[in-house]
Ligand binder design. Structure first.
Ligand SMILES: *Cc1c(COP(=O)(O)O)cnc(C)c1O
Length: 394
């Protein structure tokens, strides 16, 4: 079993940095398989890999998904698609975010699918494609209750109609996004789906073929079979994390990411001697502290100060005092630890587990932000037993 470095971010070998992230690509493959098994063969999966694949590393995860036969990848931004094309990926990619007119030529040049949310944008795409002698591939976006991107469901017909007359635009899909699919109360999601149905009715009413329909994020995949349509768009679930504490866990998945570091210093601190910036914490007895080279400059939220815990030698210990930019202190009581000992920030050891969900609770945020916040200073290493070539550096 070996782990290899991908995308070194500071141009140094990962071995020099005790703090790193391990991504188990086999776990991602298993999660995709578990989701597909739950959906059945009629529903396709578009893995959503925005924000550096939820912190797991865009290119290696995208290569895995391409290898696993994903029909299309879901991205937020144009530059994520360009990055993947430059890395040699040829799979379809839908950029789900909003677009600027000036970006349209790049979409066409790199063969990326555009999200169109208005007649104006669609017309701009048509003009650009005509000028370039290309055919633009588009999914139409309908807003059914998120108020973010998309034409409102009550005025969507204009957009659907306009799309029919364009010679250089191929409408391949139509989608909406659910605002509350991971909640216990699914009434708003059901209302959104009803509105989406009203919009989709346009196609049979005009005896036209319906483009690929999609609506479900991870919450929809887990809780709302009526949101699955032709294709689903799971993000966080693919990475083995549930979108909310209350969501029904109808599919078993496991985390693919571990965030690790090592002890680099050890000291004995006297009772009453305050620790770290602001002197917010002091031990009430003589104790042993270890220093770990990770901090908010790596994305280990400062808001977790005096709340976070880590695993060391199979036990949980508290992070004490303020979290610094590059270091944290851990109180190990009168236990022993040595320089070089592994410290688990996120991961599982000896029956103990610290998940992204728990960090989210300590930081007052959601696991999505915990994962996407692990920044580029932290090297990622990969393991894939099924396709070892996917972990080779390219
Ligand atoms: C981020 C996103 C998703 C995936 O959401 P998860 O909750 O991570 O599954 C799906 N669709 C759109 C439009 C998104 O922006």
């Amino acid at each position: 079993m070996s782990w290899t470095l991908h995308e070194p971010t500071l141009d140094v070998d990962a071995g020099l940095r005790p703090t790193h992230v391990k991504v188990d690509l086999d776990a991602l493959a298993d999660n995709l398989g578990a989701i597909q098994a739950h959906l059945g063969p009629q529903v396709q999966i578009m893995p959503v890999l925005k924000a550096n694949a939820y912190g797991h590393g865009l290119v290696p995860v995208a290569r895995l998904m391409e290898r696993l036969g994903a029909p299309c990848l879901g991205l937020a931004y144009l530059e994520e698609g360009i990055r993947l094309r430059q890395a040699g990926l040829s799979v379809d990619m839908l950029v789900m975010g909003g677009i600027l007119g000036s970006q349209i030529p790049l979409f066409l040049e790199h063969g990326l699918i555009i999200t169109a949310s208005s007649v104006d944008k669609l017309t701009a795409v048509e003009e650009c494609a005509a000028a370039m002698g290309r055919r633009a591939r588009v999914h139409l976006k309908v807003d059914t209750g998120m108020e973010r991107l998309g034409v409102h469901w009550y005025s969507a017909e204009k957009l659907l109609e306009a799309a029919l007359s364009l010679k250089h635009v191929q409408v391949e899909g139509i989608f909406t996004h659910l605002a509350n699919a991971d909640a216990a109360d699914l009434s708003h999601s059901r209302l959104q789906l009803e509105r989406f149905e009203q919009v989709l009715d346009f196609y049979p009413r005009h005896s036209l073929p319906t483009p690929l329909r999609h609506a479900a994020n991870s919450g929809g995949v887990l809780q709302l079979p009526e949101s699955w349509y032709d294709l689903v768009r799971p993000g966080i679930l693919l990475f083995g994390v549930y979108p909310s504490p209350e969501v029904q866990r109808t599919i078993a998945v496991r985390p693919a990411l571990e965030w690790l570091s090592r002890v680099v210093y050890f000291k004995v601190v006297e009772a009453g001697s305050p620790v770290s910036y602001g002197s917010t914490w002091a031990p009430d007895r003589r104790t042993r502290l270890v220093t770990v080279p990770v901090g908010y400059g790596d994305g280990y939220f400062r808001a977790m100060s005096d709340r976070a815990q880590v695993l060391l030698r199979g036990r949980r210990y508290p992070v004490v005092g303020r979290i610094c930019m590059d270091q944290v202190m851990v109180d190990i009581g009168w236990d022993s630890a040595w320089n070089g000992d592994e410290v688990v920030l996120v991961g599982r050891r000896d029956g103990q587990e610290i998940g992204a969900e728990e960090l989210a609770e300590w930081a007052g945020t959601i696991p999505y932000e915990v994962l996407t916040n692990i920044n580029t200073r932290v090297p990622r290493v990969y393991r894939c037993e099924r396709w070892p070539e996917l972990t080779e550096q390219r």
